[in-house]
Ligand binder design. Structure first.
Ligand SMILES: Cc1ncc(C[n+]2csc(CCOP(=O)(O)OP(=O)(O)O)c2C)c(N)n1
Length: 331
């Protein structure tokens, strides 16, 4: 059944609150990375929040999701518990993967979040495998695969497009085009006419939208998700955006053109959504309160993470793939 989707301010305000939560999470994640509390790496999703929230708003709890290395926002938008995510970043008991996965491996199967992934484009093939299972089991779920613009130049993306189309699988590829892949301007290393054209060359319907426009992401996702659920086969959305921070937390991104950053800051999704809300009658006080609440909530989760216990040494060997051992008694 088609989703009933309206633009009433209360619904958009709730989505904006999720965006605030993501932003507060990312700011705290970077701060704690710099303080040495979070090991490994942290790739902030700052500036791209409208995409995750606009897409996931249109998913059911039992719909599935795969992500990439910049996956905190997708996880929160899909309903993963940000407290458990913060504990995961800190490597503590109570984390989404018991503290053993870290920032790039957030997963929460209870909300359909199959996992972030540090291997570029590998989420694509995982999502196609899951979509194949959905089809075989005759379920009416769909899966969304978030991928970066750099990821589309890896082989698994092409394989996934092909397989998804051949079997008409219920998968939505969402390419978050933040225009930079690590330190490289993506268009300088991408042959052809870009992501949309690449999907269309496989017969996959594709559309390019402004990913910083929350309402547009939301309405596009509402339509596309409905179509896929009704059996359209795979589709792709390219959401244009900009990565406002460095590639990872300790990258100052000095390779970027300052004027490009300046215009990106004017176009970023938080103030744009705020302006819409104010125009609809939401007061500045309500908006400021929502900002404070998001920061306070995340600050509490950081305190909880500091206090949570470390996993026991014996846990190092649980939850790992059993690669087999010689059968007892074998020579
Ligand atoms: C297979 C593989 N090759 C290279 C890398 C190193 N790497 C990590 S992030 C990245 C750039 C990814 O850019 P994009 O897909 O556009 O995502 P963004 O970081 O811009 O969100 C690269 C090359 C990797 N993680 N995996």
């Amino acid at each position: 059944m088609a989703q009933v989707q309206t633009n009433e301010p209360a619904r958009i305000f709730n989505m904006y609150k999720k965006m605030l939560l993501i932003r507060a999470f990312e700011e705290a994640a970077a701060e704690n990375f710099h303080a040495g509390n979070v090991r490994g790496s942290v790739h902030q999703y700052i500036g791209e929040e409208a995409i995750a929230v606009g897409i996931c708003e249109n998913l059911r709890n039992d719909d599935l999701l795969t992500s990439y290395h910049r996956g905190h926002g997708h996880s929160i938008a899909k309903g993963a518990d940000p407290r458990a995510m913060m504990l995961e970043l800190f490597g503590r008991v109570g984390g989404t993967s018991g503290g053993k996965g870290g920032s790039m491996h957030i997963a929460d199967f209870s909300v359909g979040m199959l996992g972030a992934n540090g291997v570029i484009a590998d989420g694509c093939t995982i999502s196609v495998g899951a979509a194949q299972a959905i089809k075989l089991l005759k379920q009416d779920k769909i899966i969304v695969n978030f991928i970066g613009d750099g990821g589309i130049n890896r082989g698994p993306f092409m394989e996934a497009l092909n397989w998804a189309k051949v079997y008409e699988l219920p998968v939505l590829f969402v390419c978050e085009n933040n225009q930079i892949a690590a330190t490289t301007t993506t268009k300088t290393v991408t042959a052809g006419d870009g992501i949309e054209a690449r999907a269309k060359s496989y017969g996959i319907p594709a559309i390019t939208i402004d990913g910083n426009d929350l309402l547009l992401v939301d309405s596009t996702a509402a339509r596309v998700v409905d179509e896929i659920r009704a059996g359209s086969g795979p589709q792709l959305i390219q959401a244009m955006t900009y990565r406002l921070k460095g590639h990872y937390a300790h990258d100052e991104a000095l390779y970027r053109n300052p004027s490009e950053v300046e215009s990106a800051l004017k176009n970023e999704p938080m103030p744009r959504t705020e302006t819409w809300l104010k125009d609809q009658g939401v007061s500045i006080e309500e908006i400021d309160k929502a900002k404070d609440q998001a920061k306070e909530l995340i600050a509490n989760y950081v305190s909880d993470a500091h206090e949570a216990p470390w996993p026991d040494v014996s846990d190092a060997f649980t939850d790992v793939q059993d690669v087999g051992s010689p059968a007892e008694g074998a020579n």
